[in-house]
Design a protein around this ligand. Structure first.
Ligand SMILES: *Cc1c(COP(=O)(O)O)cnc(C)c1O
Length: 397
């Protein structure tokens, strides 16, 4: 047994069966300890985690600076409401906005950040426009507004009626978008790189033309950067890869180094539209998450992790390209920073269990896409180990 475990995986699983609602498909393993890109189960087996915290652990498991910041903050204030000022919220807002734009609103998750964005966009038009365009295979969350914004019928089944006011557009199809945008459009909402949708990376001109279209009709452009924020793509934010600034940007997942936190950043001129009394979050911007967020920004900056992300991305690309040349089951590689999609001609689901047996954790999305969201500080040796195991597993398939 691992020293951090107090019971076996099996005992934990039995407790879940009795007391936890079974809305997740879980692997039959209880995880008890992590350090960087490694994580251990209750039985003491070590795994190389290429999908740490579903992309939330942007610095890997329990990064030391974040741990220390949380410990120090917890001894002073864990939570106080937004009727007061705190140093940490101001400083984290500054750290994010000076690297992007505008002003920040804090909440606790990606869905909540997108809810705030949708409400701000509609409030901006004071009831005169409400139509929001989103894109096929996008993913924006599980609350009613954000699951409606998520243009994937499988996530709507049995939930109806969905929230009114959303229009779906095919992805990567500017002509289709042109046909949908008009002077009734409130906002266009999109992920710079679709994550859950299978690491779909648009072409060079896509966002510039989208921006021009939004401007032509006075609509707002919202980028959902819940998965692409915080250096994930090799720049602080995904939009910087295309050099197209949205009016509103949302963040979550890695933004506070693994602590629950959501953020909406809005252009200065829009910010007053989220008027007092119209939106709030009780836990939003709490000192613990803010301290973790500040430590995350400092770690990325001080350890040169944007550069390291780009270098490791190249290292993955080189080895996976070789693999793709050998393996006809690989249809396409889609890589940007530490977002890696390996699109297969067959189902990728069996690869997840096969990799786990060999001590490597990966994800598969949309049935055929092996998705990796490695920590920005993964080592080059770990990249090599990852590619070796992936290669061996894919050769067996
Ligand atoms: C994960 C994700 C969300 C939802 O975030 P939650 O924290 O689960 O609410 C929204 N948008 C994108 C792009 C995501 O990847």
């Amino acid at each position: 047994m691992h020293p951090a475990a107090t019971e076996s995986s099996l005992q934990t699983i039995e407790r879940f069966q009795q007391f936890v609602i079974p809305n997740y498909t879980r692997y039959p393993i209880s995880l008890v300890h992590g350090e960087g890109s490694y994580v251990w189960d209750a039985e003491g087996k070590r795994y190389l985690d290429l999908f740490p915290g579903w992309g939330c652990n942007i610095l890997g498991h329990s990064p030391p600076r974040v741990v220390k910041a949380i410990q120090e903050q917890a001894a002073h204030l864990i939570h106080i409401p937004n009727t007061w000022y705190t140093e940490a919220q101001g400083k984290f807002a500054e750290a994010l906005c000076t690297r992007s734009f505008g002003k920040a609103f804090f909440c606790n998750s990606g869905a909540e950040a997108n809810e705030a964005a949708i409400k701000l966009a509609r409030l901006h038009f004071r009831g005169e426009r409400f139509q929001i365009i989103t894109f096929a295979n996008g993913f924006h969350g599980r609350t009613f507004a954000t699951v409606t914004a998520t243009a994937q019928p499988k996530y709507h089944a049995g939930l109806g009626p969905m929230m009114p006011g959303f229009t779906y557009c095919p992805h990567n199809d500017l002509d289709a978008l042109k046909a949908l945008v008009n002077d009734q459009t409130c906002a266009i909402m999109i992920e710079p790189i679709q994550g859950e949708g299978g690491i779909n990376i648009p072409g060079d001109k896509y966002f510039a033309e989208m921006r021009a279209l939004a401007d032509k009709y006075g609509a707002l452009l919202i980028f959902d950067e819940v998965q692409t924020c915080m250096g994930r793509t090799g720049t602080w934010f995904g939009y910087q890869q295309w050099n197209v600034q949205p009016d509103i940007m949302t963040m979550a997942k890695g933004v506070a180094g693994g602590v629950a936190c959501g953020v909406m950043v809005s252009k200065n001129e829009l910010a007053p539209d989220l008027r007092p009394g119209m939106h709030a979050s009780t836990f939003g911007g709490n000192p613990l998450a803010m301290a973790a967020g500040i430590a995350t920004v400092e770690t990325i900056e001080q350890d040169g992790l944007l550069k390291r992300c780009q270098e490791n991305s190249g290292r993955f690309r080189e080895q996976l390209t070789k693999l793709a040349a050998e393996l006809p089951i690989i249809k396409e590689l889609r890589i940007r920073g530490m977002m890696i999609g390996i699109d297969l001609k067959i189902s990728g689901t069996p690869a997840v269990a096969k990799c786990m047996e060999r001590g490597v954790l990966i994800n598969c999305t949309h049935d055929t896409v092996i998705r990796l969201l490695p920590a920005l500080n993964i080592t080059s040796e770990q990249v090599d180990e990852a590619c070796q195991v992936l290669g061996a597993v894919l050769k067996e398939m």
